[in-house]
Design a protein around this ligand. Structure first.
Ligand code: SF4
Length: 210
């Protein structure tokens, strides 16, 4: 296929820059402890300085992959598929999620919300970032709000974001891994004082799994 045709299919969400896919345990948030097949889509321009998947940022380093192939792989291991990145909403998620839904799979997304929401989702984890705030109506549709806490100022950001979210959304504060020893006590105190929040930990990292 010539490059122009590939780019056309990527623009339409029929091919996606696939970074990696793996079967593991969801470590974070509401579904922690649940087996799930992760599909990591390349491409992100949000630029979090503490990002632990910076190799995902440049979409051009990840091969454009036909969504049919992603679906074939995803159906082999789990009923639950987590689409993550990178920032998956950089791309049109409509075709991939429709194809996964045709296989009766539960589809979750982990997103910063920096681009308009596309696709059909059973679970939306919105993890907003200060660099590039969520757009559109994702605050109305998110099932969980997960704010990463790198320092105490992020608790103010968390409250700003919570003020915009729908009433049934579950609220999580999660320590950024590299500073977890410093910020976890802050989060614990904060959640006890503001019990509408819950603590989320990256339990997969404690378990030493992907
Ligand atoms: S939005 Fe996610 S992938 Fe993008 S820079 Fe931030 S943490 Fe990394």
């Amino acid at each position: 296929m010539v490059l122009q045709d590939v780019m056309h299919l990527v623009d339409k969400g029929k091919m996606l820059p696939l970074m990696e896919e793996f079967y593991t345990i969801q470590g974070e948030g509401f579904h922690k402890g649940t087996a799930a097949y992760f599909v990591r889509i390349g491409g992100c321009d949000v630029g979090c300085h503490w990002c632990d998947v910076k190799e995902s940022w440049n979409a051009e380093t990840h091969p454009p992959t036909e969504i049919e192939q992603i679906v074939v792989n995803a159906t082999k291991s789990s009923d639950t598929i987590v689409i993550t990145g990178g920032e998956p909403l950089t791309w049109d998620m409509g075709p991939l999620t429709k194809a996964l839904k045709n296989q009766d799979l539960n589809i979750h997304i982990e997103t910063s919300g920096a681009y308009p929401l596309t696709g059909i989702w059973d679970w939306i984890c919105l993890s907003p970032k200060k660099n590039k705030l969520p757009v559109g109506d994702i605050y109305d549709k998110a099932h969980e709000l997960k704010v990463i806490v790198y320092n105490k100022h992020d608790l103010i950001f968390a409250e700003e974001q919570a003020s915009k979210i729908n009433d049934s959304c579950i609220l999580y504060l999660q320590p950024e891994w590299s500073v977890r020893e410093k910020v976890t006590p802050l989060i614990v105190d904060y959640v006890m004082q503001h019990p509408k929040w819950k603590v989320s930990l990256q339990t997969h990292k404690y378990l030493n799994i992907p």
